[in-house]
Write a protein that binds this ligand. Sequence first.
Ligand code: COA
Length: 260
Amino acid sequence: MPYDTIIFERVGDVAIIKLHRPEKLNALNKKILDELDDCIKNIETNHSIYGLIITGSGDKAFAAGADIFELHNCDKQTGKLFSEYGSYVFKRIEQLPIPVIAAINGYALGGGCELALACHIRFASENAKIGQPEVSLGVIPGYGASQRLPRIVGKAKAVELIISGAMIDANEAFRIGLVNKVFSQEELFDKTIEFLNNCLKNSKLAIKASINCINKSQEMSLLEGLHYESERFGEICGTKDFKEGTLAYLEKRLPNFTNE
Ligand code: COA
């Protein structure tokens, strides 16, 4: 898949997307979003990809936000479309049925932070700087931070981050639960892929169903969500992986999952 503004790679069962405009700190312009959209469509239909890592090219940035040169041209009508397009692409990333990890290797600001928020898990390097500086540009978050950030760090912290526009470092982001783990910059990628590969030793079908249920928990009432979980639990009990996983435990051996 030849792209100009992203790099797509495979490492075994895992796909890697690198945002690739390092000279612009990987700022998210229309072309990056178009290429991300195309790449996600390919991942959705590629059944040999079991995990995805999104990171940034270079050692300075994950993504320093939406492209301010393009943003500046928005008016009332095009601004809404600008926001809807980014939200649509990020929503599809969130809805992927495989674990998606943001490896935040530097600045994750504005739309860059929002892309990381749409991922299922966030790992950061020690030099990461994370924030939603939109209000300093006279605008509001447009790719989902007003909705996802409160769900991840709580309403008060989300309000603090968004109305201050302040950048926080990786340790503070870890303290408030915005990132799951912090590594040195040298270790970030290897540790992220190691974590993902360890997860993928579990039943991939069960991982997929778990992510699906957890995503639904953000949209459903508790009662609806519990009902939804029971439905999926029943389905999983009909799989070979379930029989194999439970039998392997009873026989005191490692399971041999076949993804069926
Ligand atoms: N949109 C477009 N271009 C951007 C960008 C963005 N969000 N963020 C950085 N760039 C570009 C800069 O314009 C510069 O391009 P140039 O070399 O052609 O002038 C290049 O990336 C490097 O950025 P620079 O500002 O020189 O790096 P720095 O290390 O001095 O500062 C930041 C880094 C992240 C603090 C600074 O680039 C910044 O504040 N960026 C905007 C962040 C933001 O407000 N994002 C939210 C957008 S909604």
